[in-house]
Design a protein around this ligand. Sequence first.
Ligand code: DX5
Ligand code: ZN
Length: 221
Amino acid sequence: MGRINDIVIAPSILSADFSNISDALRIIKEGGTGWVHLDVMDGEFVPNITFGPKMVYDLRKITEFILDTHLMIIKPERYIKQFADAGSDYITIHFESTIHVHKALMLIKDSGKKAGISIIPSTPVSAIKEILPFIDLVLVMSVNPGFGGQKLIAETLNKIKMLKEIRTHEGYNYKIEIDGGITRENCKNAVDAGVDIIVAGSTIFNAADPAEEIKHLRNCK
Ligand code: DX5
Ligand code: ZN
């Protein structure tokens, strides 16, 4: 589900109407994808606050979509169990958000969930080299995290190419996801760089026809 060109579109509800999240799910279904990207922000790791595990819990009750939880919070290990119990499928933490990255990732795996690591634009791929064998997903931030609607930083696409090369060379299994500033116009650059999953928030939910916009992104070539 949600795969054309083998690319998954993961709509971020950050730009959806928080008072009507069920409608966002309806749009996502109509757009033909099966992922929802959930941006959790604590006002400290990033200068914005969104929602916590209860959002995941409530969504889990009403959808079978893959819940792709992106934790932009300091010391995420404090909340991994809660996000796992709430029903996340993927839990992604930031390399920059804790000293004990490997330990936090193992907590996610031990909870039976897929473990992701994310890097902000200033963090090089080399920083996460040692943990690549242990993970299911790498989330490359193509904007500085915190807000939807920012412009994609083109230089971050090189990291996707590098991660794809390393995966092939070492025989690793992680998926590569891009997050931030994706539009109809630039999605092809991400596809060409080698992403498996594209997150998009404002492009979808600010569009005149959000479901149609998801279909456009799914057909990005
Ligand atoms: C930003 C979030 C993104 C955000 C992307 O910190 O991690 O997931 O929703 O929004 P757009 O697609 O509008 O850049
Ligand atoms: Zn995100």
